[in-house]
Write a protein that binds this ligand. Structure first.
Ligand SMILES: Nc1ncnc2c1ncn2[C@@H]1O[C@H](COP(=O)(O)OP(=O)(O)OP(=O)(O)O)[C@@H](O)[C@H]1O
Ligand SMILES: [Mg+2]
Length: 226
């Protein structure tokens, strides 16, 4: 489904963020990407979102070279991928409901459909009763669940999550990881970048380990080893 083929990413003047990285992700997999700060995790996810171009190598999504996609088609491509970040990226002046509805409004979906779909994703993440809250009125875990609901709204085939629990306590961390597992069980591919050892060792799923931009391990039932 996703294929990284000999990906190298250099940043001027002399940083090699990724060094000849190759791997494949199959549909419905749950893959964690681990590595120390600066190992290249975020760079890898940005290359998959076509937010950065590789210095060499190719990234394919379902046989399509994503760095050959014309700029005009990129928003359409990105809607197939739901992205979740450490800092939630919620709009502070909009409620939970509006934060999610907004991404549908901008592509001209009807009010009726928006209402239906937003209610559905709020149910999945368990936030139906907080729909009217503003971000400031939410816990960290609830903010992240809002961001996940927003990521789900276009029914993406893949969810990528870059340190989604980086600002959360252990309780909310488990909550968010369970939610990602549930979404994965529904059939969505999940790629999770993290440096949380507990998460990785409890997941017992595939782990790709990066060290200084190099892929040094790729294990199906991975443990956190750095
Ligand atoms: N836009 C950029 N310009 C120059 N160097 C960059 C840029 N983005 C990342 N880097 C460098 O590339 C390397 C990999 O960074 P990246 O953000 O991918 O690491 P990471 O594994 O996500 O780290 P963290 O765990 O701290 O989030 C680092 O050395 C970083 O300083
Ligand atoms: Mg990062």
């Amino acid at each position: 489904m996703i294929l990284f083929q000999g990906i190298t990413k250099n940043y001027p003047p002399n940083i090699t963020a990724l060094d000849n990285v190759s791997f494949e992700v199959k549909e419905k997999e749950f893959v964690s990407v681990v590595g120390r700060s600066g190992a290249g995790k975020t760079t890898l996810l940005k290359l998959f979102l076509a937010e950065e171009k590789p210095s060499s190598g190719k990234v394919f999504f379902k046989e399509e070279d994503i760095h050959e996609i014309k700029t005009g088609h990129l928003p359409w491509f990105r809607r197939k991928i739901g992205a979740v970040f450490q800092d939630y990226k919620l709009l502070s002046t909009k409620t939970v409901y509006e934060n999610i509805a907004y991404v549908m409004e901008v592509i001209g979906v009807s009010d009726e459909e928006i209402k239906q779909d937003v209610s559905h994703v709020l149910e999945i993440v368990g936030l139906t009763d907080k729909a009217g809250n503003f971000p400031i009125q939410l816990s960290g875990g609830e903010k992240q669940r809002t961001a996940i609901a927003r990521a789900l709204i276009h029914r993406p085939q893949v969810i990528i999550a870059d340190e989604p629990t980086g600002n959360l306590d252990p309780y909310h961390t488990r909550d968010i990881i369970h939610l990602l597992e549930k979404i994965n069980e529904f059939g969505t591919t999940v790629i999770l970048a993290t440096h949380d050892k507990e998460i990785i060792n409890n997941l017992n799923r595939r782990v790709i380990t990066l060290e200084d931009g190099k892929l040094v391990r790729d294990e199906l039932k991975g443990r956190f080893i750095l």
